[in-house]
Design a protein around this ligand. Structure first.
Ligand code: AMP
Ligand code: GLY
Length: 427
């Protein structure tokens, strides 16, 4: 099969690394990719939101499977674009329809879906410009901290958690009337604050049946002790030590199954990954958010633990026969440490030369995953906020982390930063 993966981060490098190992993979392309994907596939200079350009590449390279890494093309309707054109009727697409992708593209839609299908989630109401005053009154009925969510995609920045009522009311007004998050905050969901510990569950579905993939915990904040600004993710661990069998059974029965059944009942064209962000409150799971794609850096610890041939797994999913598959999961723990550019998640410089990569080899227990990198004049340089994810595998997450940290020390670039406290909250 010829495969095209859209995206350029650690998620896409991990997928490419794994798919390149499949005997049924003939040619593998990543667009636009990074210096890591260039080692295991062919990078194509494509704009992932220009569907016409992608369609031309699909034809030219006789692509059999298109895997959509990030959410934006899905929310923009890439699946529908190809489904609507008969010349692509044989193209397998991993990713939901535009309507399916609204589970990530609209917080309001996601909450309505959860309510309709009895998926446990925080109590909420949604507001727009016309109901601003009602929103302010609604806030007075809530307990602090107040959780305000911009309805649309806001690059991971659209959630505000505020301690004072006045601040919450002002921010609500800012979001609804002053376009704080642009179009994304034309609607705002206000919801109850959930006090607990977060984890992420990944599901692969053919729209009717599903497989629950390994779970993971990511570290979102830039600073140690989980402080400072939110990032795309500074590291991840899989499996999550506190998600024991009894809890995961509950997650399956109360969250995953009703979610997939809901997609099926609503006749939603959903083939692909569903990433469920959960809060464990006591011993009960509550859904914080749905994402319609894999997470990054969670992919770096989830996908390598799947022993099955990933291309075969995705092919069967696209054919609607996921139920034929028996997942084989590596019992080893995986830990990844993200190396970022100094200044991230605010402004940072690109183009720094990365040294030390040439001395490290990927093995069964170590994977140097590229995120924001590119090749220039025979050197690898930084090309993003999140630069590399150093992933290691071992019998426990502590040893896996130690190996990752040891290798982190051998990779350098100007203003390199990483969190040294990953996993300490789990001891
Ligand atoms: P979201 O984009 O919905 O995942 O929200 C971003 C982050 O805000 C989550 O990962 C949580 O850490 C936090 N968060 C969102 N909703 C809630 C909630 N209802 N209670 C507590 N924390 C929340
Ligand atoms: N690491 C969180 C995300 O991918 O959304």
């Amino acid at each position: 099969m010829n495969v095209l993966i859209l995206g350029s981060g650690g998620r896409e490098h991990t997928l490419a690394y794994k798919i390149a190992q499949s005997p049924s993979c003939k040619s593998l392309y990543v667009a636009p990719g990074n210096a890591g994907t260039a080692q295991c596939s062919i990078n194509l200079e494509l704009d992932i939101l220009n569907f016409q350009e992608i369609a031309l590449a699909v034809k030219k390279h006789q692509i059999d499977m298109l895997i959509v890494g990030p959410e934006a093309p899905l929310v923009e309707g890439i699946k529908d674009y190809f489904d609507d054109r008969s010349e692509f009727s044989n193209l397998k697409i991993v990713g939901p329809s535009k309507y399916g992708a609204l589970l990530e593209g609209s917080k309001k839609r996601a909450k309505e879906f959860m309510k309709a299908h009895n998926v446990p989630t925080a109590a909420y109401q949604s507001f727009d410009k016309d109901s601003l005053e009602a929103g302010k009154v609604f806030l007075t009925t809530m307990q602090p901290p107040y959780v305000l969510k911009a309805d649309g995609l806001a690059g991971g920045k659209g959630v505000l958690i505020l301690n004072s009522l006045k601040e919450a009311q002002d921010e609500l007004e800012n979001m609804l009337t002053n376009n704080k998050f642009g179009k994304a905050s034309e609607k705002v969901v206000i919801e109850e604050f959930l006090k607990g510990i977060e984890l992420s569950v990944f599901v692969l579905t053919d729209g009717k049946h599903y497989l629950t993939l390994p779970n993971a915990k990511d570290y979102k904040r830039i600073g140690e002790g989980d402080t400072g600004l939110n990032t795309g993710g500074m590291g991840a661990i899989s499996p999550v030590p506190f998600a024991d069998e009894a809890f995961m059974k509950k997650v399956d029965e109360e969250v995953v199954k009703p979610s997939i059944d809901g997609l099926y009942k609503e006749n939603i064209n959903y083939i692909g990954f569903l990433f469920i962000g959960l809060m464990k409150v006591g011993d009960k799971p509550f859904v914080v958010e749905y994402n319609v794609r894999l997470g990054d850096p969670e992919t770096e610890v989830v996908i390598p633990r799947i022993k099955n041939d990933l291309l075969d797994l995705l092919s069967k999913t696209c054919e609607g026969s996921i139920s034929e598959i028996e997942l084989e999961i590596d019992p080893k723990y995986a830990s990844t440490v993200m190396l970022v550019s100094g200044g991230y998640p605010e402004s940072y410089e690109k183009g720094k030369v990365i040294t030390g990569l040439e001395n490290i080899k990927n093995t069964d227990d170590l994977f140097i995953c590229h995120a924001g990198t590119k090749n220039k004049n025979d050197q690898v340089i930084t090309n993003g906020g999140r630069v590399l994810a150093v992933t290691a595998f071992d019998d426990n997450f502590h040893d896996a982390l130690q190996t990752a940290y040891k290798n982190v020390e051998n990779i350098n670039f100007d203003k390199k930063y990483f969190r040294r406290d990953l996993g300490q909250d789990l001891v």
